[in-house]
Ligand binder design. Sequence first.
Ligand code: MRU
Length: 345
Amino acid sequence: MSRHDQVRAIQWTGDHLRLLDQRRLPTEVTYLEFEDATGVASAIADMVVRGAPAIGITAAYAVALAARQRYRESAVEWQALLEADLQVLAASRPTAVNLFWALELMRECLAGVDNDPFDALLQEARRIHDEDIAANYRMGELGGSLIDARKVLTHCNTGSLATGGYGTALGVIRNAYTRGVIELVYADETRPWLQGSRLTAWELVHDEIPVTLICEGAAASLMHRGDLGWVIVGADRVAANGDVANKIGTYSLAVNARHHGVKFMVVAPSSTLDVQTACGDDIPVEMRPAGEICEFQGRMLTEKAATAWNPAFDVTPAQLVDVLVTEKGVIWQPDAAKIAAHLRN
Ligand code: MRU
């Protein structure tokens, strides 16, 4: 593992699953241990682990854990019991398609075994995990080679914490920094969970990559100054036509980037491309509790009677995306035909 990639948020201990509790970063580095699917589903819903690829990988390990538990409970009825666990995992978060993609792969693996399924499922989860890391390194090279600016802006957290390791958009940034192209990364703080200030800044500081935090509202002014070359973000789901669901605030960045002539890159493994969903309007956007906006660390930030609208994601139209990078290659000005051809390769 290189210096620019020192974190593994999802760990298989040899016996059970260990997750870095991302809610406690940056002040505490604490790991939580899991032996069943219900606990893992709650951990996904409660943001112990987050980020589309990381959610998928975690769910895959959870299926292996659930299969072991259910087979021990009943070598006759384990399949029915396991089906309920799969449903609980599928209900944990709705937008990141990697969750459903990983559960489908685990189902396919399951279909090939009729006795104790644990070993086969664990092997499949490990394969999903390893392939995600490999895809991230490849995307880092592909996307990194396109970066031609000293200063870039990223949103939310797309690094080792959000993936199997290394990261999607942050992988591109790591690659371009290591090659001496990027000298400064601006990180949106990313309200309301502050993935930018708590997680992205934490990863970059540990990698010794210079990082400057901004409030989302500062992005347009930063672009107006003229020294920002690229906005580089990840994705939770890319529809068949190239519309991109990502952390709330991404759409504003894309509009602002186009207005100011700043290029906009989306970096996501092919597991995030969802050709079953025709366009962005069909992507289910998770609504999260008002308390995430109205309260901070248990303290009310507003009058009790005020309500809040708190979508966790927004959809950036494909027309605002200059380039989409997957591990399979690069798509300039993505659209339905280019994405279909890309996935056939
Ligand atoms: O709500 P989160 O923290 O799970 O949202 C994560 C994001 O939106 C990331 O930007 C996206 O998943 C890409 S992660 C490689």
